[in-house]
Design a protein around this ligand. Structure first.
Ligand code: DQA
Length: 142
């Protein structure tokens, strides 16, 4: 059975109430439920953390347990070399997701430490991006 990790970084626990005009009105729980419904028999592990070190720990866990890691690292995308190094060492294939399109926003979001480690990036499609990432993950075989 395919095992997919879905990791969300800082402030994504606030989805639904956080700047809904940018991030939409669906909660992270709504997104997880939609992904579970679309899992097609795959096992999905969902984790969210606001802590950089914990995100690194979870990437290391995904590397051992999962074939694909779907990650929205939130603002750590733009700041964390520790996360970049963990992703470089990760054995799972990586799909990066962003609800918004960081490239079309403030200049400080132009730096991205996740994309160079990812097979694919899906940005700007809101919650649908997670489902598109899942669909792609389900078609990735080792
Ligand atoms: C985000 C984009 C990041 O720039 C931002 O810091 C977030 C959310 C997104 O999903 O659009 O926290 O990753």
């Amino acid at each position: 059975m395919q095992h997919i990790f879905v990791l969300n970084g800082p402030n994504l626990n606030l989805l639904g109430s956080r700047e809904p005009e940018i991030y939409g009105v669906e909660t992270l729980e709504d997104i997880h439920q939609r992904m579970t419904a679309a899992a097609n028999g795959a096992q999905i592990t969902f984790r969210q953390t606001n802590s950089e070190g914990e995100l690194v720990n979870l990437v290391q866990e995904a590397s051992k347990a999962a074939s694909v890691l779907i990650i929205n690292a939130g603002a750590y995308t733009h700041t964390s070399i520790a996360l970049h190094d963990a992703l470089r060492a990760c054995d799972a294939k990586i799909i990066e997701v962003h609800l918004s399109n960081p490239a079309a926003r403030e200049d400080f979001r132009a730096t991205n430490y996740v994309s160079p480690c990812a097979t694919a990036t899906i940005a700007g499609l809101g919650a649908r991006g997670y489902l598109i990432a899942l669909d792609a993950a389900l078609q990735m075989t080792d």
